[in-house]
Design a protein around this ligand. Structure first.
Ligand SMILES: [Zn+2]
Length: 154
């Protein structure tokens, strides 16, 4: 698997949901993929698997727990597979300065059991790693939050 590609991001949804796809989304998607790939390169990640890229409204509505204003709708976010021992999460936590430079933000990792959510727009809180909703975390023990991160996994 290479870095994020148009194909892996779209999964042909530009065809299956062609009524929702447009030039503006295409342009935003290109910029998002480019921005996130540049960040991944800098943190030395060269292989990723896209779990979820663009989500048309119709599809997003059918996903349990998906944010109604998800950045996936606007092609400003991606979910990348990250299984135990969570190499991508740890690479990110070790490189938060690079995240700042590249303008990327992450959902609190305890809300994303087997993937990492990366977006190119800040959340309302402006936090680099943000809690996405008011539900309890899905995997409370995956990490304890930035303030508790002590490199114990490295
Ligand atoms: Zn996501």
């Amino acid at each position: 698997m290479p870095l994020i590609t148009r194909d892996s991001y779209l999964k042909q949804r530009d065809i299956t949901y062609h009524k929702e796809w447009n030039k503006k989304l295409e342009k935003t998607m290109d910029a998002t993929i480019n921005q996130i790939n540049e960040f991944l390169k800098e943190i030395r990640i060269s292989d990723v698997e896209v779990v979820s890229g663009w989500r048309p409204q119709q599809l997003n509505d059918s996903i349990k727990n998906a944010a109604t204003t998800s950045k996936h709708l606007t092609c400003q976010a991606v979910d990348l597979l990250d299984l135990k021992p969570f190499p991508l999460m740890h690479a990110i936590l070790e490189n938060l300065t690079a995240a700042e430079i590249h303008g990327v933000y992450f959902e609190d990792f305890s809300y994303t059991p087997s993937w990492v959510h990366i977006q190119v727009v800040p959340p309302k809180s402006g936090r680099r790693v943000f809690v996405p909703n008011s539900n309890p975390p899905l995997v409370a023990n995956k990490w304890k939050g930035l303030e508790f991160y002590d490199r114990q996994f490295i």
